[in-house]
Design a protein around this ligand. Structure first.
Ligand code: HEM
Length: 179
């Protein structure tokens, strides 16, 4: 549960970052048109994907998918129970039927989390080893070299937003007492 809550903090931070801060990582800079995705997919199959300063169409969709799956996993975890001695912090606040449904979804979506992790690792390997594009370093450092120029993510509000995400998760734990 601690690891799940840490994951939820990171997910909320990434959502705040995409909405309120960031530059290349902002959601409104994502390329989510299906036509762009199909053109990019064809280039990807030919092993010649163009370099993007921010997220490519495939990268944009993968962020949306990963956030949706992991957010579903974390939120259902807050209401999950093993009916013995492990239960999420919101269990005392919600009816039993919702706890049962959330626990079922939590188990089921955990398989999707594993699948998306494997797919993500395979995609990174494909870019790095086959397309010879360095995306791993860019994902870690937030900066990428493009034809001599450096595209750099601006970490200005990162600490504030990380604290806000942590505060929100803390509030979730306090909610049953406030309730
Ligand atoms: C991305 C985040 C998360 C992942 C990948 C994850 C994964 C899992 C998995 C695989 C199980 C099943 C374990 C088993 O069958 O023995 C599980 C159970 C559980 N998780 Fe999470 N979890 C996450 C977030 C959370 C959060 C945020 C909470 C609550 C704070 C939570 C609370 C629980 C509880 C109470 C169970 C027991 C349910 C049961 O055994 O029926 N999880 N989680």
């Amino acid at each position: 549960m601690w690891l799940g809550s840490a994951a939820l903090t990171l997910i909320l931070f990434r959502i705040f970052w995409g909405l309120f801060a960031g530059d290349y990582a902002r959601f409104d800079r994502f390329s989510l048109r299906l036509s762009a995705l199909s053109v990019y997919a064809a280039q990807l199959i030919k092993r010649t994907p163009p370099s993007h300063a921010g997220h490519s169409p495939a990268g944009s969709w993968s962020v949306v998918l990963i956030l949706a799956i992991t957010l579903t996993q974390s939120i259902t975890g807050l209401m999950s129970s093993d009916a013995i001695f492990t239960e999420g912090p919101l269990v005392p606040m919600v009816p039993n039927e919702i706890v049962d449904t959330a626990t079922n979804i939590h188990h089921w979506v955990s398989k999707m989390v594993l699948a998306i992790v494997v797919l993500h690792l395979l995609a990174v390997f494909y870019y790095e080893a086959i397309c010879k594009q360095q995306i791993l370093l860019a994902m870690i450092t937030g900066s990428k070299k493009l034809q001599g120029q450096t595209a750099r993510e601006r970490p200005a509000a990162a600490i504030l937003l990380a604290l806000a995400a942590g505060g929100l998760v803390w509030l979730i734990y306090l909610m049953p007492e406030i309730w």
